[in-house]
Design a protein around this ligand. Structure first.
Ligand SMILES: C[S@@+](CC[C@H](N)C(=O)[O-])C[C@H]1O[C@@H](n2cnc3c(N)ncnc32)[C@H](O)[C@@H]1O
Length: 328
């Protein structure tokens, strides 16, 4: 990585990093500029990167199903790489993107603009919470993607510092169902709620959720927010930012939330080795059962991380489809 005083810069090959062969709508060498607040793509370890190991397989699964997303939006885009993947794989032409910090959004806009080859893409960015900056500017969306953080902050954390907003969330004032609070998936629930009026009927939200909680609880988010839900893809990640994230889950587990589950990396590697994320999505509940004997509680996973060991977790893409509302 190149670093200078203003920003850091990464160069990513869509072919090698994202498994996108012969990109037609984005550059074959993607340059990403990042501010201190921007979520850092894990370019040296695709298995720890959300876009490479989670978003791209999910977008490909949708595209294979014949579902494209000319009207697309990502909530909490970070570096903007998820938007570029959607332009290439889902042929997004209207691209909404939000994030919490002005500088993150400005860099993301630059990254998207600089790396799009296609002339027909309109960018609609908004700084602020979830989808609120774009309500009124976007409607009839085909797809909303989000990979939002989960862990409530404690006083020593500050959302304005570095990449804190990629892992931690502020206390929310909205009403959140008890199961979502207990499982630390409040922001995913709120994003689903805010997405509903912005989607066309048949449009969908892909929620990228670290499945450290039972899949049944993840599926319950869709129905609680008035969607038809299913698991589109099921895969795994090496836990990135392990001290902060595992430490955060362990703290809340000790306080009575969760429990939250991690797994040995070798078990995840073996379990998912011969299966595509979409094939695993179709049998996610069965795979979850097979993994159960290998679960490691967050408090135990933290002890492993503190000894320098890697841990992993499963990731589910919750696919929530908006159905037509009948008159009530
Ligand atoms: C884990 S990072 C994911 C970044 C990117 N989507 C990706 O997949 O690589 C989470 C992102 O959500 C943003 N974020 C956190 N809370 C948010 C909120 N309430 N509204 C909008 N964005 C938020 C963070 O600043 C961060 O960029």
């Amino acid at each position: 990585m190149d670093t200078n005083t203003e920003h850091s810069e990464l160069v990513v090959s869509p072919e090698r990093f994202l498994q996108i062969k012969e990109a037609e709508r984005i550059s074959s060498s993607v340059t990403l500029r990042l501010s201190d607040h921007s979520y850092l793509p894990k370019v040296d370890e695709p298995r720890a990167d959300w876009v490479a190991s989670v978003a791209v397989p999910a977008f490909k699964a949708l595209s294979r199903m014949g579902f494209l997303a000319p009207r697309f939006c990502t909530v909490g885009t970070g570096a903007g790489l998820d938007a570029l993947a959607a332009v290439e794989i889902l042929q997004a032409r209207t691209v909404g993107f939000t994030d919490l910090h002005e500088d993150v959004l400005a860099y993301a806009r630059g990254n998207i603009e600089r790396n799009i080859i296609s002339q027909d893409v309109e960018l609609v960015g908004g700084v602020g919470d979830l989808l609120s900056p774009l309500s009124g500017s976007l409607s009839q969306l085909d797809l909303i993607y989000e990979n939002l953080p989960n862990i409530p902050m404690v006083e020593s954390e500050d959302l304005d510092e570095g990449q804190t907003s990629s892992t931690f969330i502020e206390e929310r004032s909205e009403e959140i169902p008890g199961f979502a609070e207990k499982n630390l998936v409040a922001l995913h629930y709120l994003a689903l709620q805010q997405a509903h009026p912005l989607l066309r009927v048949g449009g969908r939200v892909l929620s990228s959720i670290g499945a450290r909680i039972p899949l049944s609880e993840i599926l319950a988010l869709s129905s609680a927010a008035r969607y038809n839900g299913s698991i589109l893809t099921y895969t795994w990640k090496v836990q990135s930012e392990p001290h902060e994230v595992v430490g955060g889950f362990a703290r809340w587990e000790r306080a009575g939330l969760g429990p939250f589950h991690f797994y040995p990396v070798s078990v995840l590697e073996d379990t998912f080795a011969r299966m595509s994320p979409a094939a695993a999505g179709a049998q996610a509940l069965q795979i979850e059962k097979e993994l159960a004997p290998h679960q490691i509680l967050a408090t135990d996973a933290l002890a492993m991380v503190e000894k320098g060991e890697k841990v992993g977790h499963t990731v589910a893409i919750l696919d929530s489809v908006k159905f037509p509302e009948t008159d009530l």
